[in-house]
Design a protein around this ligand. Structure first.
Ligand SMILES: Nc1ncnc2c1ncn2[C@@H]1O[C@H](COP(=O)(O)OP(=O)(O)OP(=O)(O)O)[C@@H](O)[C@H]1O
Length: 922
């Protein structure tokens, strides 16, 4: 629990609390309160952490909000303009935890520090206030502390700009320096945010667009408006050129005005929050349009790419494929998985690296062993860049580079594909810096430089001497004592210490005689004569004393100087160090994917130019691993061929392509699993991983869509069915020929016939208009008849066997259509009461019988059955629906619009014929 700075001991060095010295009700404002209000006035949207000695204090409304959010005591202190001042505080030494809680709850925090020693302030007069100012504005997107970050995830700050209808998104991880930008029209913002999952998104204040804010918040990020001036593309260009110390930004490639504005907005915000300290940002990388597979938010959720449905990492594809041993490797894996490539050369390059490490298992093992010992360099470097680093960050760079160098040696001896030779060369050439850090730092330095003991012995004679004095002052004095005894020829001479004189030389009155006379009196200076002892000092002794007293502070000063010099040297080499850090991440990723492929028996996919999609023996990576963990049934592999162009498929030459599969089969038979596994195989293949299949041949997928009969989205006030339809509409409007679409039980959220009709029309649209590769699972068996009419449609079904009235799932996908649903059997497996299952079975039989007899008969029969059974007969019949609720039939509508008075006999007869025809039948 945070204590409160109310007792004077808690804030020994601080000046009086804001109102403590204020006459309680005169309304006068103390100088300190004036300072507080002035600073707070500049940060109206943030909680102000106002430093007072060992505490950060919060006042007024800030205190009320923070005390509630942190569950700490809220107190009162003094008055301001006649009102009590609310106050609460958190200790400086443990403030990070509180900071994190506040940021998670959506607050921003301005950290206001004391910029001078309180003693300095006192020199200006007893009433003067310690100088203070905000040194940092802490927001979700600008965190750099390890304690506040998830090591295995990026923490992106994104900025979206729009100039004359052209949009762009820039994203920056301040904790690693990664900086990217891409064209991003408003319509593409949702999917891109879903991919990046930034924690904060900056938009122009001028936009004032609630829909935009809603979109950002839906992506789980905080939306932060930024003044219009920050986005001006010319100002932004200058800001970027200054940051990267280049004459023209073009040095990094051509950027559109919107891209420059977005990048400039992000950097302006960083400058604002870091109070002018320029972070170590890597030169921006522009993402080529269409360079990655487009996957929207709903698809990501559905396929559980990086998060499972329940929101955590467990159960996601990411968790199932992560074999990385470093945090940077894990971050790279997530970034790749979230944005599979569409560039075949790039994919092949990545796969070559994985293949090489599968071929040489020894090498892969050695790499992983070395990486386990390599500390996090990216975040250490970024903290050093922001002046927030410590000795341990330097040690991380030292050890990371050292591991890198030994890895480079190991890799250099092998014949490797380009990506791995590139890694090796990025890891070479840091020897001078590594050696420098090795000689300068102790093996395990402390977290903070002010703790002392970071710099190794033997580096700096001045530091060594100061430490010697600090730690062994007594020994040095003892050495001096024996020297003096010899010089004076007085064995009984002692060096002693008291609080009045400090160190002094003491001898008996008898021996003192000689020392009071020349030549000894030139060395020994008389200080005090007591009854039977005389005390002396020497210039050397008082000098030594002063040095012993200051030794601790001097040692620390010397360490700080060396630390700063080392930081400067590391920052000088920052771009190369950052490249080495990236290279280690790349190596970790490749070695992890190789490990995964070997361990899970995965295969290298073949990426093609056309629209093939031939998977043999495909498996679902997450379900398969879950089944294996449970130790029960093995996963049943299944083939899939959605190839869309003649000659691409696995079948006989001349067989027409059937890119759309309609999958039927009972509940629980494995339809959803099959659908998803094929999408996941495409994602894995294009991120550059091996895939869970016996073989896979895939024409690059540029858009991936997946929809499941949706869950309610009550937060947005949409019903299940509405969500499902909105999402389906998005697919039908967007999916192009390169898309892969997965639709699971579309239409199930409404009445049977409406659902069936919608599913029907959707399937036809996919086949006729979108002409993409698609998998469509349904319970509407009626749809299977479409295979006769749509040449690109193939019926497939999940095989089951019936055994003693129960259904046994074989999990095999076969050609053809399911004959029935087995829903009742599945209900029985699920443990529905026997009476209910039996009743359901009877009702089902009646309905099926009715169906065979024609539409009306079934209903009548079911009604008769219901009447038969007391259980159901006891339930009162539902009240008849109000006529207004029922939509008028065509017949009724036609009749209603007829005006009898105006009809000629002939027209009336025609109307009768017309109505009779509408009625249908014989
Ligand atoms: N190929 C397979 N091999 C082994 N087990 C499988 C396979 N496919 C699915 N299963 C098992 O069957 C369970 C149900 O699968 P899934 O949810 O895909 O069925 P479904 O047909 O979509 O069901 P519903 O229609 O009720 O949604 C899975 O959780 C898994 O345990």
């Amino acid at each position: 629990m945070a204590r409160h700075a109310q007792d004077p001991a808690a804030a020994p060095q601080a000046d009086p609390a804001p109102a403590a010295a204020a006459p309680a009700d005169t309304g006068a404002v103390t100088p300190m309160m004036a300072q507080y209000l002035e600073i707070k006035g500049r940060y109206p949207d943030a909680l102000l952490f106002y430093r007072m000695g060992d505490f950060y204090e919060l006042f007024f409304d800030d205190a009320v909000s923070a005390a509630a959010a942190l569950d700490i005591a809220l107190t009162k202190r003094g008055k301001h303009l006649g009102q009590d001042i609310a106050m609460c505080g958190v200790p400086v030494h443990s403030h990070e935890n509180y900071l994190l809680q506040l940021i998670r709850k959506g607050f921003r925090v301005a950290v206001c520090e004391q910029l001078e020693d309180p003693a300095e302030a006192r020199k200006r007069g007893s009433k003067s206030v310690v100088k203070r100012d905000v040194t940092r504005l802490v927001t979700p997107g600008t965190l750099t502390e390890d304690a506040l970050l998830d090591a295995r995830r990026h923490n992106y700050l994104a900025a979206w700009a729009e100039i004359r209808g052209e949009g762009a998104l820039a994203w920056l991880d301040l904790s690693t320096g990664d900086f990217h930008v891409a064209d991003c029209p408003r319509a593409g913002l949702g999917p891109l945010l879903a991919r990046l999952a930034p924690s904060e998104v900056l938009v122009s204040e001028a936009a004032e667009d609630p829909a935009l804010t809603e979109l950002i918040e839906e992506a789980g990020a905080a939306a932060t408006p930024l003044a219009r001036a920050a986005w001006d593309s010319e100002g932004a260009r200058l800001r970027l050129e200054t940051l990267f110390a280049v004459k023209a930004l073009d040095a990094f490639g051509g950027f559109s005005r919107a891209q420059v504005a977005a990048m400039g907005g992000a950097i302006a915000y960083v400058e604002l929050t870091q109070r002018g300290r320029l972070p170590l940002v890597r030169p921006p990388m522009a993402e080529a349009p269409g360079g990655t597979m487009r996957i929207d938010a709903a698809t990501r959720r559905n396929l559980e790419l990086t998060r499972s449905m329940s929101g955590g990492r467990d159960g996601s594809l990411l968790a199932a494929v992560d074999r990385s041993v470093t945090a940077a490797g894990a971050r790279l894996l997530e970034a790749r998985l979230a944005s599979p490539s569409t560039d075949r050369a790039e994919i092949a390059d990545r796969l070559d690296a994985v293949a090489a490490l599968i071929a040489d298992r020894r090498l892969a093992e050695d790499i992983r062993a070395a990486l386990r010992r390599a500390p996090e360099m990216e975040r250490a470097l970024s903290r050093l860049g922001l002046g927030r680093g410590g000795p341990r960050d330097l040690a991380a760079i030292r050890d990371g580079l050292a591991q890198g160098a030994s890895l480079a040696d190991r890799l250099g001896a092998e014949d490797l594909p380009p990506r791995l030779t590139g890694v090796a060369s990025a890891l070479e050439g840091h020897d001078a810096l590594t050696e420098r850090l090795e000689t300068a730092l102790v093996a395990e330095p402390p977290l903070l430089i002010r703790d002392g003991g970071a710099v190794a012995a033997g580096l700096d004679p001045e530091l060594d001497e100061a430490r010697e004095l600090r730690d062994h002052g007594r020994g040095v004095i003892a050495g001096l004592q024996s020297g003096y005894a010899e010089t004076a020829g007085v064995n009984a001479l002692k060096i002693k210490h008291n609080n009045v004189l400090g160190y002094f030389i003491e001898t008996s009155a008898l021996h003192a005689e000689r020392m009071l006379k020349p030549p000894l009196s030139e060395t020994f200076i008389h200080r005090q004569t007591l009854a039977n002892a005389v005390r002396f000092t020497t210039v050397e002794l008082s000098d030594l004393e002063a040095r012993i007293l200051n030794a601790g502070a001097r040692a620390l000063e010397a360490e700080k100087k060396i630390f700063e010099a080392l930081c400067a040297e590391v920052l000088e080499a920052a771009p190369a160090v950052a490249r080495a850090a990236k290279a280690l991440a790349e190596l970790d990723l490749a070695a992890g994917l190789a490990q995964l492929a070997v361990e899970q028996d995965w295969t290298r996919p073949v990426l093609e130019a056309g629209r093939a999609f031939v998977i043999e023996g495909g498996r679902h990576p997450v379900v398969e691993q879950a089944l294996r963990r449970q130790g029960g049934q093995a996963f049943v592999p299944n083939d899939c061929d959605l190839s869309a162009e003649p000659g691409e498929g696995a079948g006989e030459a001349g067989e027409p392509p059937r890119p759309v599969w309609l999958l039927t089969g009972p509940n629980m038979a494995g339809k959803s699993t099959f659908l998803r596994q094929n999408a996941l195989i495409a994602v894995l293949a294009q991120m550059g991983a091996y895939v869970p299949a016996a073989s896979a041949r895939i024409g690059v997928v540029d858009q991936l869509f997946s929809r499941v009969g949706a869950a309610d989205d009550l937060a947005r006030g949409r019903s299940t069915f509405m969500v499902e339809m909105v999402e389906t509409a998005a697919i039908l409007n967007q999916a192009g020929p390169g898309a892969l679409v997965i639709l699971d039980e579309i239409g199930r959220g409404t009445a049977t016939y409406d659902g069936l009709s919608i599913a029907w029309a959707t399937l036809e649209h996919l086949h006729e208009s979108n002409r993409c590769r698609a998998l469509f699972a349904t319970h509407y068996h009626e749809l299977t008849a479409l295979a006769d009419r749509l040449p690109g449609l193939r019926n497939a079904t999940m095989a089951v066997r019936e055994w003693e009235g129960d259904v046994v799932f074989l999990h095999e996908v076969r050609a053809g259509a399911a004959d029935r649903s087995y829903g009742v059997q599945v209900a029985r497996l699920a443990g529905l009461p026997v009476s209910v299952v039996e009743r359901a079975r009877t009702v089902l039989e009646a309905l099926e019988e009715g169906d065979r007899q024609g539409a009306g008969g079934g209903g009548a029969r079911a009604k008769a059955l219901i009447d038969d059974l007391p259980l159901f007969a006891a339930v009162p019949a539902p009240a008849p629906r109000a006529p207004a609720e029922a939509a008028p039939s065509k017949l009724e509508a036609r009749l209603r619009e007829a005006a009898p008075d105006e009809l000629t006999p002939r027209a009336a007869l025609d109307l009768v014929y017309e109505l009779r025809a509408m009625l249908g039948g014989d």
